[in-house]
Design a protein around this ligand. Structure first.
Ligand code: ATP
Length: 275
């Protein structure tokens, strides 16, 4: 669906991405994990046309979109929710959602989508007429995602959606991501929170200093001895009890988020893991 070939991006003399290649299949969750400054945001910005590629190609549904204008890329079905949310803080919650649908004309469908967003995020419904700048950080993140979804994307690119959120809210955001996949929307998830994003993703790419150093099925990466510790700073040395327990926790979390377990948005996943 979306293919990146040998993408190189630079900020002046600093090369932020060194010819990276990756693939996002339709209806899958692909996570891009890596620490601060690894190049995750740069990758997402390049896909959305917000920064120019110096080399390489970005191909979406068979068409090359490298360096195309951002609004055209949105029009084709790729929407990005940037890090830091970037909501319109002087507009109300509903007006922000309307902005997300600005390219669409089908009124009835748009109305149905508002209802869906409000059903999914009751907290936003309660604050429909509230100015977005007064929402909490978690509510702003939900609004940013809901606004992105109002464009009806085929791929939703989420840049660090868990940043600064409480564990309960992070679980809610990740639950939403898995729900999107079941609606057929592909999600490209950039995250520093490697453990949780690997637990819900189908495939993962590990970025280090602008290079992809590891990629594969998320389950394999989480399960492979030593890999999680070496690349992602998860757990301790192999064989260490903490490491084994943390891996089991990741798997359990994945099962819960994928529906094999009772989930309530009130923080149940964290409580269930220990049992
Ligand atoms: P973070 O989570 O901190 O945003 P990241 O993995 O998303 O990390 P990027 O923001 O893509 O990383 O940054 C990749 C590299 O590009 C870093 O070395 C960063 O300093 C550099 N960089 C990013 N934006 C700019 C910019 N506007 N001007 C110059 N250098 C930049």
């Amino acid at each position: 669906m979306l293919e990146i070939q040998e993408l190189e991006v630079a900020y002046g003399s600093i090369t932020a991405l060194h010819r990276i290649s990756l693939f996002v299949a339709a209806g899958k969750i692909i996570t891009l994990v890596g620490s601060n400054g690894a190049g995750k945001s740069t990758t997402l910005r390049a896909i959305s046309g917000l920064i120019r590629a110096r080399h390489g190609k970005i191909i979406f549904e068979g068409e090359e979109i490298t360096n195309r204008a951002p609004h055209r890329i949105v029009g084709m079905g790729i929407t990005q929710v940037p890090e830091g949310r970037m909501i319109f803080s002087n507009l109300t919650v509903l007006e922000n959602l309307q902005m997300g649908a600005y390219r669409r004309r089908e009124r009835e469908e748009i109305k149905r989508d508002y209802d869906y967003m409000f059903a999914f995020f009751p907290r936003l419904k309660e604050r429909e007429k509230q100015v977005a700048g007064t929402l909490s950080g978690g509510e702003q993140q939900m609004l940013a995602i809901a606004r992105g979804l109002m464009a009806r994307p085929k791929i939703l690119a989420l840049d660090e959606p868990s940043l600064g959120l409480s564990p309960t809210l992070v679980s809610e955001i990740f639950r939403l991501v898995t729900a999107l996949r079941s609606r057929g929307i592909a999600v490209l998830l950039s995250e520093q929170n490697a453990r949780q994003s690997l637990a819900i993703a189908d495939r993962a790419y590990v970025l280090e200093n602008g290079r992809i150093t590891l990629s594969g099925r998320s389950a394999d990466i989480l399960g492979a001895e030593g890999i999680a510790e070496k690349y992602l700073g998860i757990g301790q040395a192999v064989g260490d009890r903490t490491s084994v327990r943390q891996r089991a926790m990741s798997e359990r979390l994945g099962q819960i988020l994928q529906g094999d377990g009772v989930f309530t948005p009130s923080g149940a996943p964290t409580r269930q893991i220990g049992r």
